[in-house]
Design a protein around this ligand. Structure first.
Ligand code: UTP
Length: 292
């Protein structure tokens, strides 16, 4: 029996340099796709997967990320008095229960592995999720739920993976595959950001993980890797002899909101899939495409 996954770490301490000047004052994760901050999609996905505690690994100036999930009594009272009950529901739906939000400061952006290590005390000794809000997934079943279901069967580390073009392997952690049933791939090794000609496969880790707490012992060594950063992939690779590692080809489509083109694509994809907006947006997108 695997232990239930109750806690999620959201590393949101990065500088967001690819989105300057938008991120000069506003955290990257607070930029909306349609009408919701990117980070709210991640929280909604996690709640739909049964996560109960949320650990934000943040940096100075990014306080608004956690605040977004607190109650807002002044706004709620004003909406109530004006009879704006639909809007009141929207505000309340974005509020997490008391005690569900934890904040840890990373202080120095030393890498994703270091950001996850910062949450060690709050996670303790149980399996946990890591969600990178930049990766947005549009799917029937929430991507994290798919991972948790797979984890309940195979245990160990289970991460979301997808095949990427070979010329992009240097942007991802890549699996060295031991066995593969077409949905779940078992890895015998992992390489962070390999050059295309060195990559052992094109199966790339995206921003959703279920991890065994054994990874913390490796992260605690603070070993630096690619880009002189403490890499999560490297720590996971060092546990692979003792902790099974599976990549799940999830159902759904991923949009990389960490890039400008990916962000525009996500707005279009989520807009077209939006129940109230999709039908109005479709002809507008078509018109833009038809305009020479
Ligand atoms: P990115 O590589 O996208 O970095 O980090 P970034 O700083 O957010 O964005 P750019 O590259 O400057 O535009 C992937 C995820 O890991 C987090 C980021 O917040 C993001 O969610 N991260 C990265 C940390 O929390 N701490 C770090 O030291 C590095």
């Amino acid at each position: 029996m695997t232990q239930r996954v109750r806690k999620a770490v959201l590393p949101v301490a990065g500088l967001g340099t690819r989105f300057l000047p938008a991120t000069k004052v506003i955290p990257k994760e607070m930029i909306p796709v349609i009408d919701k901050p990117v980070v709210q999609y991640a929280i909604e996905e996690a709640r739909a997967a049964g996560i109960e505690e949320f650990i934000f690994v943040t940096a100075d100036g990014k306080e608004s990320i956690a605040t977004h999930f607190y109650p807002h009594p002044v706004l709620e009272r004003a909406l109530e008095e004006k009879g704006k009950l639909a809007e009141l529901k929207i505000v309340r739906d974005s509020t997490l229960p008391p005690g569900a939000v934890h904040i840890v400061k990373q202080h120095d952006p030393l890498g994703l592995g270091h950001a996850v290590w910062c949450a060690w005390q709050l996670i303790g000794n149980e399996p946990f999720a890591v969600i990178l809000p930049d990766d947005m997934v549009l799917s029937q079943t929430p991507c994290l739920k798919q991972l948790i279901d797979a984890h309940s069967k195979v245990g160990g580390h289970v991460v979301a993976v997808e095949d990427v073009p070979r010329d992009q392997t240097n942007r991802y952690g890549i699996l060295d595959i031991l066995s593969d049933d077409g949905k779940l791939a078992k890895a015998k090794g992992l390489v962070e950001k390999p050059a295309p000609d060195k990559a052992p496969s094109t199966l790339a880790i995206i921003g959703r993980y279920i991890l065994d707490p054994a990874v913390f012992t490796e992260l605690d060594k603070h070993t630096k890797g690619a880009g002189n950063e403490i890499q999560l992939t490297d720590a996971l690779n060092r546990t692979i002899a003792s902790v099974p590692f599976h990549g799940l080809r999830f159902e759904g489509r991923r949009y990389d909101c960490g890039t400008r083109v990916g962000f525009v694509e996500a707005n279009l994809a989520f807009g077209l899939a939006h129940p109230e907006m999709g039908d109005r947006l479709r002809p507008l997108v078509q018109k833009l495409l038809d305009t020479k």
